[in-house]
Design a protein around this ligand. Structure first.
Ligand code: ADP
Ligand code: ASP
Ligand code: MG
Length: 403
C-alpha cells in the first residue's frame, strides 16, 4: 500500500517521541508499504513562535509570521528523516515547497491551489520514505505560506489525494474521534466510523481533532481517512462515506468552540444593500462570519449581531469601524466571553424533536441561549462561556452518548 501518516504536535513533542514515530514509520515501510510522512511542529512550538513575533509587534506582517511559523515543521521533518536514516530506513525531508504544495497568497490561512507531486513520486520510486513539513506551502510568487492552525492535517490529506494514497492516517494524542472531547467528558465514547459530513460539522464547530478543511478535502477526493493514536496500537476511527455506515445514530457528537466572539451592531442604517455592504467587506478582509441575526428595523435603524472566530476579531473591528466613521452604524460592542455548543448527527434529518430536547437541557441547567442556528445535521447554540463544559456534559448525557 501507499500510506500517508501524519503525526501531530504531541506525537513529535520531544526527541524520544520522534524516535518512537521513526520506529513506527520504519515498521510500516519494512512491512512492504510506501510511506509519506507529514509532521507538525513539536507541541507548543507554533504558539511559542507566535508569542515571539508578538513580543515585537501587536500586528506583525503576516508574510513574516508565515516565514517564522513554517520553521517549526521543518525542525521535526528533518529530525525525523535523520532518525529514520539512522535506523536503516532511507528517508528524505521536504519543505512544503519541495513537496509541490502551491497555495494562494493569503498569509497565515492560505488555501492550496495545486500540488505537483513530481519530487514526492521520484523519492518514493527510489524507495525512500519522504518526510514532509506540514502546515506550509508556497505562493505563486514564491513566498512561504501557512495553511491555518491545525493545517498539517490538510497537508496530509492533500498529499494523499495528489499521490493517490490508499490510506491517510492521522496520528494524534487520542485514540480516535469521540462522541465529544474526552478531555471535557471522560465518559465520551470512541466511534468506529463517522461520515465525512458529520466529521466536517464537528471539526468546523470546534472539535480540533481534525482541521475542518482537511475533512472537506478528504470528502471531495474520497481519501480513506483514519484517526488514531501514536502511543498504542489501538484501532482508530474511520472517516468515510455515509453509505458505508450501517447504524446511523440520531446524534453522533457534541462540539464546543470557545474561540468565538460576538459583534453587536446597534443603530444600523436600515437601507437596501447594507447587509451586503457589511458582509462583503468582512469577507474581503477574510473574516469568517458564522451566525447572523438581524432584528426588524424601527425608525430607519436596525440591529445586527454576528459571530466570528476570535482570531478574526481584530480584522472585523477594522472593517466595522469604517462603517461607524461613515455614520452607517451608531454603536458597536464586542463580547469574547461566549462559546458555541453544537450537536451533530445525520439521524437528525429524519427525526423531529432533537432541537427541542437541546433547548430543554439548557433550560434545566438554567443556561441562557443567546443565539441559535441549525442545519440539516446540526444545532448550534451560543451561550455564556462560563457554562461551556457544563452544557457539553449535560447534552452528552441527555442524548445518551455515554451509553
Ligand atoms: P494534534 O496535535 O495531533 O494535531 P490536536 O490537539 O490538534 O492534535 O487534536 C487532538 C485533540 O482534539 C484531542 O487531544 C482532544 O482534546 C481534542 N478533541 C476535541 N474534540 C474531540 C473529539 N470529538 N474526539 C477526539 N478528540 C477531540
Ligand atoms: N503547527 C501548526 C499548529 O500548531 C500546524 C499543525 O500542528 O497542524 O497549528
Ligand atoms: Mg491538530
Amino acid at each position: 500500500m501507499l500510506i500517508v501518516q501524519k503525526f501531530g504536535g504531541t506525537s513529535v513533542g520531544d526527541l524520544e517521541r520522534i524516535q518512537n514515530v521513526a520506529s513506527r514509520v520504519c515498521e510500516t515501510k519494512k512491512a512492504g508499504n510506501d510511506v509519506v510522512v507529514v509532521v507538525s511542529a513539536m507541541s507548543g512550538e507554533t504558539n511559542k513562535l507566535i508569542a515571539y513575533a508578538e513580543h515585537f509587534s501587536k500586528n506583525p506582517q503576516r508574510a513574516e509570521v508565515d516565514m517564522l511559523l513554517s520553521s517549526g515543521e521543518r525542525v521535526t521533518a528533518s529530525l525525523l528523516a535523520i532518525a529514520l536514516s539512522e535506523m536503516g530506513c532511507a528517508a528524505v525531508s521536504m519543505t512544503g515547497r519541495k513537496a509541490g504544495i502551491v497555495t494562494d497568497n493569503i498569509h497565515t490561512k492560505a488555501r492550496i491551489e495545486e500540488i505537483d507531486p513530481t519530487a514526492l513520486n521520484k523519492a518514493i520510486k527510489e524507495g525512500k520514505i519522504v518526510v514532509v513539513a506540514g502546515f506550509q506551502g508556497v505562493s505563486q510568487d514564491g513566498n512561504v505560506t501557512t495553511l491555518g492552525r491545525g493545517g498539517s492535517d490538510l497537508s496530509a490529506v492533500a498529499i494523499a489525494g495528489a499521490i493517490k494514497a490508499d490510506l491517510c492516517e492521522i496520528y494524534t494524542d487520542v485514540s480516535g474521534i469521540f462522541t465529544t472531547d474526552p478531555r471535557i467528558e471522560p465518559r465520551a465514547k470512541k466511534l468506529d466510523k463517522i461520515s465525512y459530513d458529520e466529521m466536517l460539522e464537528l471539526a468546523s464547530l470546534g472539535a480540533k481533532v481534525l482541521q475542518n478543511r482537511s475533512v472537506e478535502l478528504a470528502k471531495k477526493l474520497n481519501v480513506n481517512l483514519v484517526t488514531r493514536t501514536s502511543f498504542t496500537n489501538e484501532e482508530g476511527t474511520l472517516i468515510t462515506k455515509e453509505e458505508n455506515i450501517m447504524e446511523k445514530p440520531l446524534v453522533s457528537g457534541i462540539a464546543l468552540d470557545k474561540n468565538q466572539a460576538r459583534v453587536s451592531l446597534v443603530g444600523v442604517k436600515d437601507r437596501p444593500g447594507i447587509a451586503s455592504d457589511i458582509f462583503t467587506k468582512l469577507s474581503k478582509s477574510s473574516v469568517n462570519v458564522d451566525m447572523i441575526i438581524q432584528n426588524e428595523g424601527r425608525d430607519g435603524k436596525a440591529n445586527i449581531d454576528f459571530t466570528v472566530p476570535v482570531s478574526d476579531l481584530d480584522d472585523a473591528k477594522k472593517v466595522m469601524n469604517s462603517f461607524v466613521k461613515e455614520s452607517e452604524v451608531d454603536e458597536i460592542s464586542y463580547n469574547e466571553n461566549i462559546c458555541k455548543v453544537s450537536i451533530v448527527g445525520v439521524g437528525m434529518k429524519s427525526h423531529t424533536g432533537v432541537a427541542a430536547k437541546a433547548f430543554s437541557v439548557m433550560a434545566a441547567e438554567n443556561i441562557n441561549i443567546n443565539m441559535i442556528s441549525t442545519s440539516e445535521i446540526k444545532i448550534s447554540m451560543i451561550i455564556d462561556e462560563k457554562y461551556a463544559e457544563l452544557a457539553v456534559r449535560a447534552l452528552h448525557s441527555a442524548y445518551e452518548l455515554d451509553k
